[in-house]
Design a protein around this ligand. Structure first.
Ligand code: ASP
Length: 430
């Protein structure tokens, strides 16, 4: 063991703080520093800090492929009964789809009522290249990898999930002879979890740098005409999280929503600053297991799946943006168009990667489905990072909510752990 010198003064106090408090303080401090730099006309200093954030993101990204594969194989291979897997999948996917559809409806209603696009005469000469969204059938076909190693290299999480499920199920079916392989993966999972904990301890510094960069580089003149859209997306996200997730946790699983929101602070804030649900995955897995008592079996399946297919925040944002763009261009949308938007955005969310800006690309799919001008994407592009922060936080919190509900329904949630305040991170307070 390496001998550690006792810490003194403020450092000791800082290290003792629970991780979510450290991250929260970093978030506020980053915001203040970023705004100050912007007002002082020094956004380049904020940009200079960004690599610290990038380093943290690279660290957590490094974990995604091994973590998803190893923990999912461990989870699936330990299922004594394969019908459990089927039941788990159905519940998870059903909850994901339903909450996503509800999210778009919330977005549509907010945008229709509050009219963010009326009075906005937007001329963008900025030629943002509109990327094509993939056809829906390809999204389904691409679930099955032709070469799993290629999926690892390309970080295709959905394909890794599919391969890991087949692999884990086969280990379970082989029985006694498969035991050494299973034990190997169990041990590897412990190692990766340890590594994850080490990297997550750097979250506050990464969060500080990223938020300072965002706040430092967005000037008010860019935000003013689109303030209503930004506000609506944030309000919609808050409503969705509190009403829909809070309601489902209480109503379906009898769980205390307040404890839930406290338990998802770390992944929520990391998602907010990193704008990547896939990147936040290691933090979500650790938080749901340690703070909310969700079993590894459930978290290792539900969360990676959610990080790739469950995008409630993105869907809500697409609903608002579609209506906003229609209003800006003076196009009237009717009930059939709203239904098409709900359907396209729900299915489209299955194919939206959990990476920064993916929702903007899928927005083009939604706009095309109802014949709205794709140039609308260019209007949104300028402020997309700010919208991405809110929607990614909701995407991740939604994954964690579904993991908790499914775990509770399967008897896979440790209620004592759920109701005990925080354990994630090195801090000793709660
Ligand atoms: N950034 C989002 C996520 O990772 C996806 C999106 O762009 O909407 O969940």
């Amino acid at each position: 063991m390496v001998e550690q010198k006792p810490m003194r003064g403020p450092f000791k106090g800082w290290r003792r703080l629970a991780l979510w408090k450290q991250i929260f303080i970093a978030l506020i401090a980053g915001l203040v520093v970023g705004v100050a730099l912007n007002m002082a006309g020094m956004p380049e200093v904020a940009t200079a800090i960004k690599p610290i954030g990038d380093l943290f993101i690279r660290g957590i990204k490094m974990l995604i492929v091994p973590l998803v594969f190893v923990s999912l194989v461990t989870g699936v291979s330990s299922l004594d009964d394969l019908s459990t897997m089927g039941r788990l999948s159905i519940k998870t996917v059903a909850l994901y789809l339903i909450t996503t559809a509800v999210a778009i409806v919330i977005g549509l209603v907010l945008a229709v009522v509050f009219q963010p696009g009326s009075g906005v005469a937007m001329v963008t000469d900025e030629a943002v290249k509109v990327q094509e969204a993939p056809p829906l059938i390809d999204i389904f076909l691409n679930l099955v990898p032709t070469n799993p190693f290629e999926s690892f290299v390309e970080e295709n999480v959905l394909q890794i999930i599919v391969f890991a499920i087949f692999f884990g199920v086969s280990i379970a079916l082989v029985g006694e002879k498969g035991r050494p392989v299973r034990e190997f993966f169990e041990s590897a999972a412990e190692v990766i979890y340890r590594l994850t904990a080490i990297i997550i301890a750097f979250a506050p510094y990464g969060v500080f740098a990223l938020i300072a960069w965002v706040a430092g580089s967005y000037g008010l003149e860019l935000l003013a005409p689109l303030a209503k859209v930004i506000l609506l997306v944030y309000i919609g996200c808050i409503i969705h999280a509190i009403v829909v997730y809070g309601g489902l946790l209480k109503g379906l699983a009898g769980l205390n929503p307040l404890r839930f929101f406290q338990g998802v602070m770390e992944p929520g804030m990391v998602a907010f600053t990193s704008t990547s649900s896939a990147g936040t995955l290691p933090v979500s897995i650790m938080a749901t297991e340690q703070n909310l008592g969700v079993s590894r079996r459930v978290s290792s399946f539900v969360l990676p799946l959610g990080a790739t297919i469950n995008m409630d925040g993105t869907a809500l944002y697409q609903g608002i943006c579609a209506v906003f763009i229609a209003q800006v261009y003076g196009i009237d949308l009717g009930m059939p168009q709203y239904l098409i938007i709900v359907l396209t955005a729900t299915l489209g969310s299955l194919g939206t990667a959990g990476v920064p800006g993916a929702g903007l690309i899928m927005l083009s799919l939604v706009l095309t489905s109802v014949g709205l001008p794709l140039e609308g994407v260019a209007i949104i592009a300028g402020i997309d990072r700010l919208l991405d922060m809110a929607r990614t936080a909701v995407n991740v919190v939604g994954d964690c909510a579904v993991a908790s509900i499914v775990a509770e329904s399967e008897g896979q949630l440790d209620e004592e752990a759920y109701n005990t305040p925080h354990v994630l991170g090195s801090g000793s307070d709660t």
